[in-house]
Design a binder for this molecule. Structure first.
Ligand code: MRU
Length: 354
């Protein structure tokens, strides 16, 4: 733990917009360096999303929304019709930068709907886009705090909580989804032992989750992915909380590769398995997880660690970035409106409608 932990709300933001520039924290370089990349158009934002410089379902939605703003601000549009067409083109590109997290498409579609509904000159169009991006980010902040409050109910003094990947401050506007209850516990002085899976291949758990929790002075222990079963067997884990990139209509949970294995282990050991997410992560239009496009990423993520080869050259590789946890393995979904429990599909619908 650092000698002087920083306040939870002082953790570096994944994205920060200021005066025509979108500053993106380059998460590929964490924890070694805290470096912000300055974006003055949609192209570097699209690249940052593809290359995981900014990642995490809500954060890529927020980044894309601001990406459209900075593109509009710096475009040389001759009239509002031209600007609208230009921004619509970039919206399509940003929307497809990563296929699995539904929040990206959700945020871009929200920006497009606002764009279509706005009249006036170029200045008016830009101001409208700026207001909508700010709303998306501000709402996310409120939602993450609400998820933290609801999830806090699940924690007891001294309990052991396992998380996978990074669904923390770095994956959202602030505080996170899965980590929000843990930050809330920290603020209330409730002791919780947090275990972070390292999360191969690109180590979001080791590089990001362990880092941000440690910066904030929380009790975090890093484990390799293949240690989770052993810790569960010895009784160290009372609860699992993970984030998600998409929840389908039947309650299936699409999240970082390895989540399914953790859920199966939790069921075996009788440990509650919770998922935390904002309502924008629900995809009611997709019936089940098997219909979701799972992003396959570059094989170098598997064959190399920090640029160093760890496998024979030319070996066959698979690299699906996400997996699907069936609804029946999920104990509950923590949303900004409360916790939905089994039967998930109907209870989620009821919770979100209310
Ligand atoms: O590939 P990533 O790092 O964008 O994947 C992120 C995850 O799978 C997170 O667990 C999920 O997005 C929830 S983020 C609040």
């Amino acid at each position: 733990m650092p000698a002087h932990p920083i306040a939870i709300d002082d953790l570096p933001r994944a994205v920060r917009y200021q005066n025509g520039v979108l500053h993106i924290l380059d998460q590929r370089r964490l924890p070694a360096e805290v470096v912000m990349e300055d974006c003055q158009g949609a192209e570097p934002v699209e690249r940052a999303i593809r290359e995981l410089r900014v990642r995490g379902a809500p954060a890529i939605g927020i980044a894309a929304a601001w990406g459209l703003v900075v593109e509009a601000e710096h475009a040389e549009a001759v009239d509002p019709a031209h600007l609208r067409e230009h921004i619509s083109g970039w919206a399509a590109r940003l929307r497809s930068a990563r296929p699995t997290a539904v929040n990206l498409a959700w945020a871009v579609d929200r920006m497009l709907a606002r764009l279509k509904a706005t009249g006036g000159d170029c200045g008016a169009v830009i101001a409208t886009l700026r207001r909508e991006a700010q709303s998306i980010e501000d709402e996310d902040r409120v939602i993450c705090r609400a998820i933290g409050r609801h999830g806090l109910e699940l924690l007891t003094p001294g309990c052991g909580v396992l998380t996978h990947c990074n669904a923390g401050s770095l994956a959202v506007s602030e505080r996170g989804t899965a980590l929000a209850p843990l930050y809330a516990a920290g603020e209330q002085g409730l002791p919780v032992r947090i275990f972070a899976d390292e999360t191969r291949p690109v180590l979001q758990g080791a590089r990001l989750t362990a880092w941000e929790l440690d910066q904030a002075g929380l009790d975090v222990t890093l484990i390799c992915d293949n240690m989770a079963a052993s810790l569960m067997a010895e009784g160290a884990i009372d609860l699992v909380i993970v984030g998600t990139d998409r929840v389908t209509a039947n309650g299936d949970v699409v999240n970082k590769i390895g989540t399914l294995g953790v859920a199966i282990l939790a069921r075996h050991f009788g440990i509650p398995f919770y998922v935390a997410c904002p309502s924008s992560t629900f995809d009611a239009a997709t019936a089940t997880g098997s219909e979701v496009e799972i992003e396959e990423r570059d094989e170098r993520e598997v064959t190399h660690i920090a640029g160093i080869p760890i496998a024979p050259e030319g070996v066959k590789v698979r690299n699906p970035a996400f997996d699907v946890t069936p609804a029946e393995l999920v104990t509950g979904i923590i949303t900004e409106h409360g916790i939905a429990r089994a039967p998930l599909a109907s209870n989620l619908r009821r919770l979100l409608a209310a």
